[in-house]
Ligand binder design. Structure first.
Ligand code: HEC
Ligand code: HEC
Ligand code: HEC
Length: 469
């Protein structure tokens, strides 16, 4: 008995020793002679990340087995549902342009040691990320981020996933001036009653504070109006990303039947040309005169000026420790801890990726209301099933004043919006104290436009009354 036992122990020891050797030889660091990006690429390739995070995974042999296969396929499905890593890996290989959201997401799972999933590296020797590998990845992310922004943050803040708004941004002053006039010009609408500012008033935080906007003839739209402030930082425009640029976006509302309802750009141009003073001013800047392309270009130049620097949080990022309170700072730490900053990253804390609404829990089932066309999000444009309910992540600058929240405008207070993000996107039930801290952090993101704090002159009570007429 004793002998058998000892014999078994020896075999076990031998197997364990062999495993250590195998593990060591497979789980080696990539050669430090390789450029940093190639080392990081190698680490993720060894880690099998693309097996679960691409549309076309290389399946391991046991994916064919009845029981193991089911578990593997489930991980692959939910991995790809949560995150598509293909584009990032392509860019990484050639040291190209990567998204700040990719950096934030990967940094977070590496910091938390969440990926690859433990059960995966139990099977795939060499796929786990050792301390040394994690350090290579984290160092690379840090230096990539610093190079990407070049915003001169002090050493202690230089690696933050949230970045300050630029103090200035490039635009043509004369074009922006015309754009300002057009933005406030009701002649863009069929009956001269509605301007861009009707729904994006700059004195009401660039929104209308309605669940849905009111267009010509008081027609109601079907999706909440995002703010025009800091829209220049969005990688695309609209909840579904259907406009690639601000100019392309600006071509939408004038002809949208429930917004401004003009029959054509020609009809708008006719009206504007009849205004001799306006036409003269316009031609002084655009020699080829009033055209759709020139009108939307002018509006884009104006919208580039709609940035809101000077928030307390940006002051903190630049090194002013006293600019935010300890509670607000705790809120920021929670914002990072609960993955918020992986989707709400960068200068506008969002606007850089499409994300699934209801990643951790089915949002639309819980909401109860009938599904609308708008609820499809990015799917409307691509018709890819994967894109259903994916939305461009809204930015969170000045968010205390841009109520109500979500694409469907169903969350009236910031507290509700935050608590439900915890449930549906991060998979946590935030305590009231945590919600309060995150709320106070988000309020430090309110900036200035033309030297004055962004605010809204709308009152919640009045708006509420109006929506229920
Ligand atoms: C066996 C499949 C599998 C492998 C291999 C894998 N992942 Fe994941 N990954 C998942 C799943 C499943 C989720 C969704 C987790 C959840 O919903 O809790 C996920 C989520 C993520 C997310 C999104 C954040 C989140 O928690 O939802 C990132 C980023 C990520 N993985 C990165 C990586 C990286 C980097 C690697 C390689 C080092 C990797 N993954 C390897 C299955 C995998
Ligand atoms: C009747 C109200 C209304 C009018 C008028 C209006 N908008 Fe909007 N705006 C909205 C709504 C609602 C959305 C969201 C629509 C969507 O995503 O499908 C939006 C989206 C936008 C966005 C995208 C912001 C983002 O984060 O994606 C910009 C920029 C914008 N509008 C600028 C303008 C400009 C410029 C004009 C005038 C040419 C204008 N809007 C006229 C209601 C309006
Ligand atoms: C997986 C990505 C993801 C994560 C993680 C995430 N969000 Fe969001 N957030 C979104 C998307 C997408 C929306 C828009 C949802 C919609 O309109 O239906 C949104 C909307 C919001 C809004 C409303 C903004 C507006 O103008 O309507 C707030 C506030 C917000 N998130 C805060 C948070 C906080 C706080 C956390 C962490 C607890 C968090 N988010 C985590 C993707 C994410």
């Amino acid at each position: 008995m004793k002998k058998v036992f000892r014999c078994g122990a020896v075999v076990l020891l031998a197997v364990a020793a062999a495993m250590v050797v195998v593990y060591k030889s497979v789980n080696r660091l990539p050669s430090s002679d390789l450029p940093e990006n190639e080392q990081v690429w190698q680490i993720f390739d060894d880690g099998g990340c693309l097996s679960c995070h691409s549309a076309d995974p290389k399946l391991p042999f046991y994916a064919e087995l009845p029981v193991a296969g089911k578990i593997v396929m489930k991980d692959i499905d939910s991995g790809y549902r949560a995150y598509d890593m293909t584009k990032f890996m392509e860019e990484l290989k050639v040291d190209g342009e990567v998204s700040p959201v990719d950096l934030a997401k990967i940094e977070k799972v590496v910091l938390d040691d969440r990926m690859p999933m433990p059960k995966y590296y139990l099977v795939h020797w060499g796929s786990s990320l050792t301390e040394a590998k994690r350090n290579v990845v984290l160092d690379w992310i840090r230096s990539k981020r610093i190079a990407m922004y070049d915003d001169g943050l002090p050493e202690s803040r230089a690696a933050e996933p949230v970045r300050p708004i630029d103090a200035e941004i490039e635009f043509d002053v004369e074009k922006a001036d015309l754009g300002f006039r057009l933005f406030h010009d009701t002649r863009l609408s069929v009956d001269n009653t509605v301007s861009c500012a009707s729904c994006h008033d700059l004195s009401t935080a660039g929104v209308d504070n309605h669940q849905y906007s009111h267009g010509v003839d008081d027609q109601l739209g079907g999706v909440n109006a995002p703010t025009v402030f800091n829209a220049v930082y969005n990688f695309v425009q609209f909840w579904d990303g259907r406009a690639a640029t601000l100019a392309a976006q600006a071509a939408g509302p004038p002809l949208n039947p429930v917004e401004m309802a003009s029959p054509s750009f020609e009809s708008i141009i006719e009206k504007l040309e009849a205004d001799k003073k306006f036409a003269k001013d316009f031609e002084a800047v655009y020699p080829d005169g009033i055209t759709e392309a020139n009108l939307t270009d002018a509006i884009e130049h104006f919208e580039r000026t709609l940035i809101t620097p000077g928030s307390r949080f940006d002051k903190w990022l630049y090194g002013d420790d006293a600019a935010v309170s300890p509670e607000e700072l705790e809120g920021y730490e929670l914002f990072k801890k609960y993955d918020c900053a992986t989707c709400h990253a960068g200068q506008n804390l969002g606007g850089l990726s499409y994300e699934l609404m209801g990643l951790r829990k089915h949002y639309f089932a819980d909401r109860g209301l009938e599904l609308t066309v708008e609820d499809n999000g990015r799917f409307k444009e691509t018709k890819l099933e994967r894109d259903r309910h994916r939305f461009k992540v809204p930015g969170l600058r000045n968010v205390e004043h841009t109520w109500p929240y979500y694409h469907d405008g169903t969350r009236e207070t910031l507290e509700e919006a935050i608590r439900d993000m915890g449930i549906y996107q991060s998979g946590v039930e935030l305590t009231q104290a945590e919600v309060d801290k995150i709320t106070s952090f988000l309020k430090t993101l309110t900036g200035e436009y033309n030297g004055k704090p962004v605010t809204t002159t709308n009152s919640r009570d009045e708006i509420h009354g109006h929506d229920h007429h």
